[in-house]
Design a protein around this ligand. Structure first.
Ligand code: MN
Length: 415
């Protein structure tokens, strides 16, 4: 990768380096919703910038409430916009640098704007593709000797989730209520979930649609993946344990999910590809793939109690995924299921092999048997009312850093 030097003041640990150039939607006192990118501590208003015809596309696409129409222009166009931004931001003689009043219109401090939901999500799917997570859960709730179900190493297990309650970072939501069956009770009870958990995940956003009957091969999958976000799949374990048989997650999952506001493009992530898991037994041909298709994305999770200090609780990595995004998409479409721009497909909880790398409270505290200590001295088995949970993530290599920003949600007491 060529070294890029931008004239924008850039901190070394910024998520939004010149190598990133993600896309999002912002608003402020004067702007209802516009497409933007980011560099350093600024957002870049692309609608304003295109008043100078730098990308040679109809600028109305930058004044929408989601990125769907921009993404639908296709990768040749969206990649051209990203490359052009990198070019302008590295050009010392750029009009953007010399025209300070125009600079002020296009560049706004990230701290001064509000980031909105980046895409309109038509359909949302969640996978279950981390071998350490699946093994931990299987060990806890079934049989340590047969922790993985017989299908697990043959296909990326998944379920269809709910798009209506996916919210952008910075939101709060109510502790869900529902049916639970305590182990010592004869009959189920109804009330607020007592075992409210997080799931450390990422998600990819579909960038190119297919028609019913079409399949997407692992080779072609990247053409259909626009980029990635951080994802917290909030989960009510007590509701889940009682309801999930035999069809899987339902009300334990659909009350809220949180996503980070910036979509980091697949092209920005390409330098951070690493070798995937050795998949044994071998998979059916439609799930096989060539090359290094896993990704080295460092992931951190923090809990902040109300009025309290933030505590780092998980340090993990996307590279622990057993199945790649390309395999997940190939499997998702192998029956002819069509996909649309803006569809979101989440990784499933990402756990690494070490206890500090486990991606849920259920695993971290081993079903509540080993509580974790926060900096304020309090303990957590699961998530408490008014706790704020933040996921952060970044890739780093050879002086390049590409980050995702934050994925933050706050749990309010049950309504
Ligand atoms: Mn999940």
């Amino acid at each position: 990768m060529k070294k890029l030097n931008t004239w924008i003041p850039d901190k070394e640990d910024s998520d939004f380096s010149i190598y990133n150039i993600p896309f999002g939607i912002y608003s402020d006192a004067n702007v209802k919703h516009r497409v933007c990118s980011a560099i350093g501590e600024y957002i870049i208003d692309l609608f304003e910038l295109e008043s100078r015809d730098v990308f040679d596309i109809n600028r109305s696409v930058f004044e929408r409430e989601s990125l769907n129409d921009f993404i639908s222009l296709g990768k040749p166009t969206t990649n051209k916009v990203r490359a052009k931004l990198q070019e302008i931001l590295c050009d010392d003689s750029s009009f953007l640098k010399s025209d300070t009043s125009f600079f002020g219109k296009v560049f706004k401090k990230q701290s001064a704007v509000k980031m909105l939901m980046p895409v309109k999500v038509g359909d949302y799917t969640d996978f279950y593709s981390s071998i350490d997570h699946a093994t931990n859960i299987g060990t806890m709730i079934r049989d340590p000797k047969n922790a993985l179900m017989p299908n697990w190493k043959h296909l990326p297990v998944g379920y269809h989730g709910r798009a209506s309650s996916i919210c952008v970072s910075g939101h709060s939501f109510y502790r869900p209520k529902g049916q639970q069956k305590p182990a010592d009770a004869e009959v189920p009870v109804y009330g607020p979930s007592k075992l409210l958990d997080i799931e450390l995940e990422t998600a990819f956003v579909i960038g190119k649609q297919t028609q019913m009957g079409d399949t997407v091969s692992t080779d072609k999958a990247d053409d259909h993946i626009f980029g990635m976000v951080l994802f917290n799949d909030w989960s009510a374990r007590d509701i889940q344990t009682w309801e999930y048989v035999p069809l899987g997650p339902f009300l334990a999952k659909n009350f809220a999910s949180t996503v980070s506001p910036w979509i980091v493009t697949l092209e920005a992530l390409e330098p951070f590809r690493v070798k995937g898991y050795v998949q044994d037994p071998p998979l059916l041909p439609y799930l096989q793939y060539k090359g290094d298709r896993n990704l080295d994305i460092h992931l951190d999770v923090y809990i902040k109690p109300q009025n309290g200090e933030e505590t780092h609780i998980i340090g993990s990595n996307y590279k622990y995924m057993y199945y790649t995004m390309e395999q997940q998409l190939a499997h998702h479409t192998v029956n002819g299921c069509n996909i649309n721009v803006g569809d979101m497909m989440a990784s499933g909880t990402i756990s690494g092999p070490q206890p500090g790398e486990f991606g849920s409270m259920m695993e971290l505290t081993w079903r509540g048997t080993k509580p974790i200590k926060l900096k304020d001295g309090s303990e957590r088995k699961f998530i408490n009312d008014n706790d704020t949970v933040t996921i952060k993530g970044y890739c780093k290599k050879d002086g390049m850093r590409v980050g995702f920003g934050e994925c933050t949600g706050t749990l309010l007491p049950a309504k």
